[in-house]
Ligand binder design. Structure first.
Ligand SMILES: Cc1cc2nc3c(=O)[nH]c(=O)nc-3n(C[C@H](O)[C@H](O)[C@H](O)COP(=O)(O)OP(=O)(O)OC[C@H]3O[C@@H](n4cnc5c(N)ncnc54)[C@H](O)[C@@H]3O)c2cc1C
Length: 389
C-alpha cells in the first residue's frame, strides 16, 4: 500500500470492471468515487448467477490465451483471499470438448460476490464512496480534471482522473454524448446472452462442467444466491446474439441452449425442454460488451485530434507515430469490452490499469499484451487510414 498523498478518481460503472479498478486503486492509496446508474453493485452483466473462470487454451499462444492465463491466476487468488467457497464460488474442473480438447482447472463463480468483496475491501481501506442511481450522461474536461454531468448538465462529481467502466455504455459516454472520439475509434458492440437454468433435484447429470458451444454447469450450490434463484441449480449458457442490446428472455434462446446442450449431455437437454414445457425453467439475460477484435480496452483514452496533428507532423518528417505514442486525453481511462470473460479478465486488467495510472512501467513480459489491449489501437488505424487517403 502506498504512503503517498491520496490521488482522486471517479470510476463509472460498478460491475466487475469498475469494482476491480476501484479496489486496485484503493490498494495503491487512491480515493475513489464510484458512480453507477443502478440501485447497487453488479446489476448489469455482472449479475450473472453463475459463470466460469477458465483458461482460453490454444495450440499457439494468442493475446487472449496469454491474457486469460494471467487472468485466471489473478482472479483465483482474489477469490481465495476474499470469498469463502460455497458463498460465491466453487473450485472445479471443466471438460473442454470442442477444438483444443482437454480438462482444465476452473471455478464456478457468481460475480456479484466478488464485486461486493472488492467494494468492501476498498471501503474498509477508507478509500471508496459509492453513489447509486447516478447515471453519468457526459464527461467534460476542466483545467483540474474531469466533470461527470447528468442529462441536465448538473455536475455529479469531479476528479483529476476518470475511469469509464460502463461496459457497452462506455461507447455512448465517450463517443455520443461527450464527443471525445469518433464512432469508429471505439468499436464496441453489444452481445446479448441468455442462460437457461433450473433447480436441481437429485443427482447432477454430469460430474463436472462441460464446454463446447456454451458451458453446461451440472450443479452449482451457493448460500449467497439471491432468493429468485434456486440454492442448488444447474445451468446452460449462453446464447451469443451479436448486435442485440436487450435483456428480454425468449423461448427461442432457451431452445438454442437446448440444442447446444444436446451435444454435451442429452439427458440434461431433455430436462431443459421439459422445464420449458412445464413452466419451471428459469432464464437470465444480459448484454455483454465486445470490441471489434474481441480483446478488452484497457488504458488511456486517445485524443484523436492531437493524433492527426502528430501524424501530420511526423509525416512531414517522413517519420511514423507508433500506437504507444498516440496522444491521450489527460486523466481519462477506460476498462471495457470484457466480452464473455469478465470473471477471468477484470482483476488482472484492473491491476494493470491502476499501475498505468500511477505511471508505473509495464514489465517486459506484459508489454506486448498491454499494447494489444491499448484503447488507442482503433483510433490509430483510423487516423493512419485517413492520412493515407
Ligand atoms: C449470459 C452471460 C453469460 C456470461 N458468462 C460468463 C462466464 O461464464 N465467464 C465470464 O468470465 N464471463 C461471463 N459473462 C461475461 C461477464 O458477465 C462480463 O464480461 C462482465 O460482467 C462485464 O463486467 P463489466 O463491469 O464490464 O460490465 P457490467 O457488469 O455490465 O457493468 C457495467 C456497469 O456500468 C453501469 N453503467 C452503465 N452506464 C452507466 C452510466 N452512464 N453511468 C453510470 N453507470 C453506468 C451499469 O449500471 C453497470 O452496473 C457472461 C455474460 C452474460 C451476459
Amino acid at each position: 500500500m502506498s504512503a503517498a498523498p491520496p490521488r482522486h478518481a471517479l470510476v463509472i460503472g460498478a460491475g466487475l470492471a469498475g469494482a476491480a479498478v476501484s479496489v486496485a486503486l484503493a490498494r495503491r492509496g487512491w480515493h475513489v468515487a464510484l458512480l453507477d446508474a443502478a440501485a447497487g453493485p453488479a446489476q448489469g452483466a455482472s449479475a450473472l448467477p453463475v459463470g466460469m473462470l477458465s483458461p482460453h487454451v490454444t495450440r499457439a499462444p494468442t493475446p487472449l490465451s496469454l491474457l486469460s492465463e494471467r487472468g485466471v491466476a489473478t482472479t483465483r487468488a482474489e477469490l481465495q483471499r476474499l470469498v469463502p467457497q460455497g458463498q460465491g464460488w466453487q473450485a472445479c474442473e471443466v471438460d473442454n470438448l470442442g477444438h483444443d480438447p482437454g480438462r482444465w482447472p476452473a471455478a464456478m463463480v457468481r460475480p456479484a460476490a466478488l464485486v461486493k468483496a472488492w467494494l468492501n475491501e476498498a471501503q474498509t481501506l477508507g478509500a471508496l464512496t459509492t453513489r447509486w442511481h447516478t447515471p453519468v450522461y457526459r464527461l467534460v474536461p476542466t483545467p483540474s480534471g474531469w466533470q461527470a454531468l447528468d442529462d441536465e448538465g448538473r455536475v455529479l462529481a469531479h476528479a483529476p482522473a476518470v475511469v469509464v467502466a460502463a461496459a457497452f455504455n462506455s461507447h455512448r459516454l465517450l463517443v455520443a454524448t461527450s464527443n471525445l472520439l469518433p464512432d469508429d475509434a471505439l468499436p464496441l458492440r453489444p452481445v446479448k446472452g441468455q442462460m437457461s437454468l433450473g433447480a436441481l433435484h437429485g443427482k447432477p447429470r454430469a460430474e463436472r462442467p462441460q464446454r463446447d458451444n456454451g458451458v453446461y454447469v451440472p450443479l452449482y450450490e451457493d448460500e449467497g444466491l439471491p432468493p429468485e434463484w434456486p440454492a442448488r441449480l444447474w445451468a446452460m449458457g449462453s446464447t451469443y446474439e451479436r448486435g442485440e442490446n436487450s435483456t428480454h428472455l425468449s423461448d427461442a434462446a432457451h431452445e438454442r441452449n437446448a440444442v447446444s446442450l444436446e451435444a454435451l449431455c442429452p439427458a440434461a437437454a431433455q430436462d431443459l425442454r421439459d422445464g420449458m414445457h412445464q413452466g419451471s425453467l428459469k432464464g437470465w439475460a444480459q448484454v455483454r460488451c465486445a470490441s471489434l477484435d474481441r480483446l478488452p480496452l484497457l488504458g488511456a483514452v486517445p485524443d484523436i485530434e492531437a493524433l492527426h496533428a502528430h501524424m501530420a507532423e511526423a509525416g512531414a518528417r517522413r517519420g511514423r507515430v507508433p500506437v504507444a505514442d498516440t496522444p491521450r486525453h489527460p486523466g481519462l481511462y477506460v476498462l471495457s469490452a470484457l466480452g464473455s470473460r469478465g470473471i477471468t479478465l477484470a482483476a488482472w486488467c484492473a491491476s494493470r490499469l491502476a499501475a498505468m495510472m500511477d505511471a508505473e512501467p509495464a514489465s517486459e513480459e506484459d508489454e506486448d499484451l498491454l499494447r494489444a489491449l491499448d484503447p488507442a489501437r482503433f483510433a490509430w488505424k483510423l487516423a493512419r487510414r485517413q492520412q493515407r487517403d
